[in-house]
Every structure is written in structure tokens, then in C-alpha cells.
Design a binder for this molecule. Structure first.
Ligand code: ZN
Length: 343
């Protein structure tokens, strides 16, 4: 491992854009299929990996959703999240705000209580056994109806203390943020933080980003680097200290490139961009590996990576005291490695 890679792995960091369902490694998929008596179409890990050949978001989602059939019980959801948290620990993660997609499970008659019960158990265990604070963000699937999203939000209220915020993911095409304005307004009134996916290079990307910033008034944006096309929106995001959860390796799968230029442009302008793994089992890179890949692509140094880690805490939904403590930990880590931070 290079010095820069070792620095990236050891850097204390928060992961803010991680879909728990996207951490299903082929080995665990087979284990869960056997446990639940499900016959998979593929017979080996290699065959499963061979299906991970995506050209865009739609081709990814076509592989992603069917794989979830192996998730049936609270134990299955626990085991999935726990496997991720063990990997996260190796990658220097000390705080994780993890997306989950209840509708991908309740729509195939798996109870909401099994999904959140299993995930929550892993989150509590992570704090006790790994020293990782782990929170859950409920994501609505934007290709389902607004009514289904609202019903899911109502069902989630019973578990409010286990959920830090709500998000919006899946296929953005023909499913603009405005479709869910009422759902997000209700979620905000219930005290949830708000975030939404603004996927890369979608039709109407910049209009959707404007809507999310000005009308929905989210607390964070997932992806969203098309904002560089509109300097007025960049200025607004900077003024609000809004976080962007970028996923360079994921970008290189669903578009032609990592979008390193956009990420670095925003970083240099002082916008709170962060680096995350999105669906690491499918894109073959966990969070520290995303730091390393972006650094290699864009020529970033240790100080840049430390700034990205500081951004990850500043864009998190931790309390100010805990956020400041983690930022200090990054500064200490940089100083120990002889890295001076400009900002
Ligand atoms: Zn995502």
C-alpha cells in the first residue's frame, strides 16, 4: 500500500452515502439464499460478479433490486449491516449515516419491523463493539408513488428515534423532487433531516438541484455535482454550508467517469463535498478506496484527503460537540503525519 493509501485508510472519516442494500457481497448473498431456501440464478461468486457490468443507472438497478430477494428476516438485515460495519471499521469510518430502502422490502411483503429491527440491532452493536456511531436514513424509492412514500413515512414514525433523516433514491428519470414535496415537508415537520439524490447527468439535473435547494430546502444533497453548471446555485450551497455526498467510483460505473473535475472544483471553492462508497459491493470499492481512487485520478495530496474527511463530519448530522471532536481528531491525525492543513 502506498503512503497516500495508508494515510487514506487511517484517516478518521464519516460515511454519509452508503446504501445498506448495496453492501450485499456475493458470498453473503449465497449464505442468505441457503438460509432462506432460495434458489439463485447464478451458482458461483464469479457468476454473480459477472452480472455487475453496468453502463448506466437503469442497468444497475435492474441487477440491484432482484438481488434483495435473499433478505427476508431481521437476522438477515442485521447480518448485512454488520458485514458492512466490519468493512467500514477497516476503512477508518468512525461515524456512518446509512441509507436503507424499506419499500424495496415491504413491496415484497417483508415487514417494516424486520427491516428496521435488524438494521438497528447492527447499529447498536457497532457502537458497543467497534466504536462506530451508526445512524439510519430512510430512503423513499422515487419510482414508486408519492402516496406509497407517505404511507411508509407514517409507518416509520413508530421507530422515529432510530431514524436520523429521510432521503430519496432510485431512478430520477421522470421522478423529479417536486413529486415528493409534501412527503418531505411532513418529514421535516416530524424533525427528520432531509437529503435527496440528485444523480449525475440526468435530464433536468440542474433544474432538480435548484428545486431541491430552493423549494424542498434539503439539509444535504447526494451526488449533485452537476451544480457546477450554475454558479449562483454553487454560491447558495456554499453560503448554506450544504454537504454533497460524492461517490467517485460509483460515478465511473453509471457514467463515463468519476467526475473528479467537478468534485475537485467544488472542493477548491470551499463547498462541503465529501467522498463515499454508495453501493460498494457492486462497484468494488469501499470508502477509503474511493478516497484513494479520487486522489489518483485528480492528483490530490494528504491535505486534500484530510479536508474531505473534515467535510464528512461537518456535513454529518452529528451534534455540534461530537462533530467538532471528530474534526479535531482529523487535524491531530494530519499533524501526526506531518500534513499541514490550509483551511
Ligand atoms: Zn446512492
Amino acid at each position: 500500500m502506498s503512503d497516500l493509501a495508508a494515510f487514506a485508510f487511517g484517516l478518521p472519516k464519516a460515511e454519509l452515502h452508503l446504501h445498506l442494500e448495496g453492501t450485499l457481497e456475493p458470498e453473503l448473498k449465497f449464505e442468505l439464499a441457503a438460509r432462506n431456501g432460495i434458489q439463485l440464478a447464478q451458482t458461483s461468486v464469479e457468476e454473480v460478479r459477472a452480472t455487475y457490468d453496468f453502463t448506466d443507472l437503469t442497468s444497475f438497478l435492474a441487477v440491484y433490486y432482484p438481488a434483495m430477494e435473499v433478505l427476508q428476516t431481521a437476522d438477515d438485515f442485521h447480518d448485512l449491516a454488520w458485514a458492512y460495519l466490519l468493512r467500514a471499521k477497516e476503512q477508518g469510518v468512525v461515524h456512518a449515516e446509512m441509507f436503507f430502502d424499506p419499500q424495496a422490502h415491504t413491496s415484497r411483503v417483508v415487514p417494516f419491523s424486520a427491516v428496521i429491527g435488524g438494521y438497528r440491532r447492527a447499529a447498536v452493536r457497532a457502537q458497543d463493539e467497534l466504536g462506530i456511531s451508526a445512524e439510519l436514513i430512510l430512503c423513499f424509492l422515487r419510482d414508486f408513488s408519492a402516496e406509497f412514500a407517505m404511507a411508509t413515512l407514517m409507518e416509520a414514525l413508530e421507530y422515529k428515534q432510530w431514524i436520523v433523516g429521510v432521503g430519496l433514491d432510485s431512478d430520477e428519470r421522470d421522478n423529479p423532487p417536486s413529486k415528493f414535496a409534501a412527503v418531505f415537508a411532513r418529514a421535516k415537520s416530524e424533525g427528520f433531516f432531509l437529503t435527496m439524490h440528485c444523480d449525475i447527468d440526468q435530464v433536468g439535473s440542474i433544474d432538480n438541484i435548484g428545486e431541491v435547494l430552493r423549494d424542498i430546502r434539503v439539509d444535504r444533497i447526494d451526488h449533485g455535482t452537476n451544480i457546477v453548471e450554475d454558479p449562483a446555485l454553487v454560491a447558495l450551497a456554499k453560503e448554506r454550508g450544504l454537504g454533497f455526498t460524492c461517490c467517485p467510483v460509483s460515478n465511473s460505473f453509471v457514467t463515463e467517469q468519476m467526475k473528479a473535475d467537478e468534485i475537485v472544483t467544488l472542493l477548491r471553492e470551499g463547498v462541503r463535498v465529501t467522498v463515499n462508497s454508495d453501493d460498494p459491493a457492486y462497484f468494488g470499492a469501499y470508502v477509503a478506496e474511493n478516497y484513494v481512487a479520487l486522489a489518483a485520478q485528480a492528483g490530490l495530496d494528504e491535505a486534500d484527503l484530510a479536508q474531505l474527511a473534515i467535510n464528512s463530519f461537518e456535513a454529518s448530522w452529528l451534534t455540534p460537540a461530537r462533530r467538532d471532536a471528530y474534526v479535531s481528531a482529523v487535524r491531530d491525525y494530519a499533524a501526526e503525519h506531518g500534513v499541514s492543513l490550509s483551511r
